[in-house]
Design a protein around this ligand. Structure first.
Ligand code: URA
Length: 481
């Protein structure tokens, strides 16, 4: 993806500047150069931004010269947080005008710090559009990259082909690295490729469709998975086409099934598409908004179980988030997490490990109580993987708002809610797992498991549980230090 070293040319005796970007997604370089130009009071119509492969405009004549250097007294550059957040994404768009647009907006922000707040402004609207379509492209990459297994001398290797609309490959490398940390893989795209060998991420230039393998046994898995999530109750073909544009079909083994499934059941809808639609929606931005939204959520079969959805409890900004499985009988009645017998046991061990529960944010992977009635009693039933996965969206929303530095998963359902895959507690406990936002995940048993044990077995498991909690306490103290 990198083509040549960045340079800035003063092409016409200080009157016009041509900035060559080293790569089409080089936002950091754009920012550095934009700052310098603003400080030297260079208006937008005197700067051209040229991507690798792009042609210099009319002014780009003459030999290389330097970007002007601001004197020490130059005013600091004014940027709003909102601008930076949108600009970072908008810079990844394939629109050749994007860097000029961003510079023009930055220039305007110097004389009007509230310029970004004008929703009717054409530049603001265009930046928002670019940001949105880049986010959408990233979402599609997350959803539609399909690895195919290839045999290599070093054993299993996975290769995927993807055609992004924008320059999003490098920006999404971290997502795939964390999600497929234990596999060796390459994602090939016409805009550049990324390769993960289990330790190091590498990049290479654009690839061709024919560089990627076409089919393999893993495809059968995708096909049966996809057929199993196809929900006959809610087909919206238009939405499906929008979420899964035909251009991606050729890369997706399960797409072969689409015409058959549509033809066979007019009243069907792909669960995957529903999930895609939801992911494309904005996550609620406050705990209050999440709380009201989960009460109306009907995205899974247990949404009508129990009395209510039980929201997490605690403050945004809590350093520790504790995640259980689902509310139990008492939690459902009171509408609060961990207030029944498992909660009381948890309190006891948290105190033993020196963790202040009132300072933590405590929630569940699934927000509804799933049970079977037995006479007057309501007997707990574990959520299925699909129910946990459906509810992950809310857990993710809580994490984004609370921003914990350490997350403690109590039991396998909580771990799945956080990781999106099933892990064995005995293997995962005792060491931190990096989450996609940089927080540390620590996995331990669920206190209900301890409640079911007796005698020496319970003592042994309780000791392991306290050891895990103590490790979390130590990490929190180290992070505070
Ligand atoms: N078990 C859980 O996982 N969560 C609760 O809130 C209560 C019991």
């Amino acid at each position: 993806m990198a083509a040549r070293a960045p340079s800035v040319q003063n092409a016409a005796l200080g009157s016009h500047y041509v900035v060559h970007l080293a790569a089409p997604d080089d936002f950091a370089f754009w920012r550095e150069r934009a700052r310098a130009l603003i400080q030297c009071d260079v208006p937008p119509d005197r700067v051209s931004w040229v991507e690798p492969g792009g042609t210099d405009d009319l002014f780009a004549v003459g030999g290389p010269s330097r970007i002007p250097v601001a004197d020490g007294g130059a005013a600091p550059v004014r940027v709003s947080k909102r601008f930076m957040k949108l600009a970072r994404n908008a810079a990844l768009h394939s629109d050749p005008e994007r860097f000029a647009l961003l510079y023009r907006m930055l220039w305007r922000l110097q004389s009007n710090s509230r310029a970004m707040e004008d929703k009717a402004d054409a530049d603001v609207r265009r930046i928002e559009e670019l940001d949105k379509s880049v986010r959408r492209d990233s979402h599609k990459m997350h959803a539609f990259v399909r690895f195919r297994e290839v045999e290599t001398d070093d054993g299993e290797y996975y290769v995927a082909w993807f055609e992004p609309d924008h320059h999003i490959v490098r920006a999404n490398a971290g997502f795939f690295m964390r999600r497929f940390a234990n596999m060796k893989w390459s994602i090939l795209t016409p805009r550049g490729c990324i390769h993960w060998d289990g330790k190091v991420m590498r990049e290479s230039g654009p690839a061709d469709r024919s560089d990627a393998p076409q089919d393999d046994p893993v495809e059968e898995l995708w096909k049966s998975y996809y057929a199993s999530i196809f929900n006959p109750a809610r087909l919206k073909v238009g939405a499906m086409m929008a979420e899964m544009p035909k251009k991606y079909w050729k890369n997706m083994p399960e797409a072969e099934l689409i015409p058959e499934l549509i033809a066979g059941a007019q009243a069907r809808e792909a669960g995957m598409v529903a999930a895609g639609e939801r992911e494309a929606r904005e996550l609620p931005a406050t705990l209050k908004a999440i709380s009201s939204a989960i009460h109306t959520c009907r995205d899974c079969a247990i949404a009508d179980c129990g009395t209510r959805a039980v929201m997490g409890r605690g403050a945004s900004g809590a350093a520790l988030m504790i995640v259980g499985e689902q509310p139990g009988d008492q939690e459902d009645v009171q509408g609060l997490p961990f207030v029944g017998p498992a909660g009381q046991l948890l309190d006891q061990y948290l105190a033993q490990a020196g963790i202040d529960r009132s300072a933590a944010y405590i929630t569940n992977a699934v927000k509804h109580f799933k049970f079977r009635a037995k006479g007057k009693r309501r007997i707990h039933h574990s959520p299925t993987a699909k129910e946990i996965d459906t509810c992950r969206w809310w857990l993710e929303a809580e994490r984004v708002v609370v921003k914990p530095r350490v997350v403690l998963a109590l039991g396998a359902s909580a771990a799945r809610g956080l990781l999106g895959k099933t892990v064995s507690i005995s293997k995962a406990r005792g060491a931190a797992i990096a989450l996609d936002d940089g927080a540390e995940l620590w996995v331990t048993a669920h206190p209900s498991y301890l409640l079911r044990l007796e005698g020496a077995a319970r003592d042994e498991q309780a000791a392991l549980f306290v050891r895990d909690l103590s490790a979390v306490k130590t990490r929190l103290s180290q992070m505070r230090a």
